[in-house]
Design a protein around this ligand. Sequence first.
Ligand code: URA
Length: 297
Amino acid sequence: MKRENINTEFLDGVLNGSHEDFYYHFGTSSSDPMLKPLREVRAVIMAGSGERINEFARTWSDLNGGSEIIAFPKEDRFVTRYTAGVLFASHGMGMPSASIAVQEMMRMVYFLKSGNLDAIDEVFWARVGTSGGVGHRAGTVVVSTEGVMPDLKPYRLMQGARGTYWFDGTFPAATREAILRANEGTGIPVVTGRTIATHEFFLEQFRLDGAIRLETAESKQEFLEWCHENDVANIEMEGAMLAAYLNWWGFASFAMICTVLLDRLEGDQVTSSPQQLHQFSADSGTVLFNYLSALLS
Ligand code: URA
C-alpha cells in the first residue's frame, strides 16, 4: 500500500475518535453498529446495477451455506449487501458516480481494518459489469489488462486551471491470470484486453444512434478499428477510474470483469433479449465467483 497516497490526515482522526466518518451515499457512518461484522471483509465487489448486487449477494450466500446477508438500509443512491466476507455495492453509471462509491468504500475499508495497511492490502476489489465489445461477440467476458480513456491514455482529472492529475490505469497481471486459471474449462468465453472507459454512452463511444450525432459511419468505424488495433477488447464507463484509484492507494489485487453485450464493430444498439442479458450477467458472476471461491476458501 502507498500510505502517502491515502488521506490518513482525515481517516486516522476517525480511528482515534476525533471525529466520525459519514459514508453519506451509503447511508451509514463509522459509529453504526451495523458495520461491526464487516470488519471481516475480504473483498469489495462493485457493479453498476443494484439488482445485480442483490443477485450476487444471494449467490455468494448460497455458495457459503446460506450465510446471513446484511442489507444497508439506504438504497436511493447505491445498493449494498454484506455476506460471507464480501461487501457488494452498486456504483451507478459512469465515473462521476462510481468514484463516489469507490472513495466512500475505501474510507469504510480503512476504518473497518483500523488503518492496518497489511490487512487493507489483503482486500480484493473488483467491478463486474457490462460493456460493448470491440471484435468480441455478445456473451464474451473480458478481464481487463488496463483501463484507459477514449484517447487510450490513462485516467486523469483537471487540477482546476493549474494542470492535470494523471493516474496509472493498469490492472494487476497476477490477479488477472488467477481469474483465468479459476475459469479454465467452464465453457464461458473469457478474453483479456484493454478497456476504454468513457464519460458518455453515445458520443464518446462513437455511437450513431444517440439523439445527438457527431460522427459519421466512417469516423465511427475508423475509431473502433483503431481501438481494435491497439488491443482494446471492450468499452464501458468506469474501469479507468477504478484502476486509477486502486493503484493510487497501492492495492495489490483488483480486477474488472465485464460481459460484452454486443460487438461494436457490428453495430450500436443492444438488442439481446432479457433472458440473454440475464445469462450474460450470470456468466460474469460465475467468472467472479469461481475466482472468489478459490481466493477465499
Ligand atoms: N456499457 C457501455 O458502456 N457500452 C456498451 O456498449 C454496453 C454497455
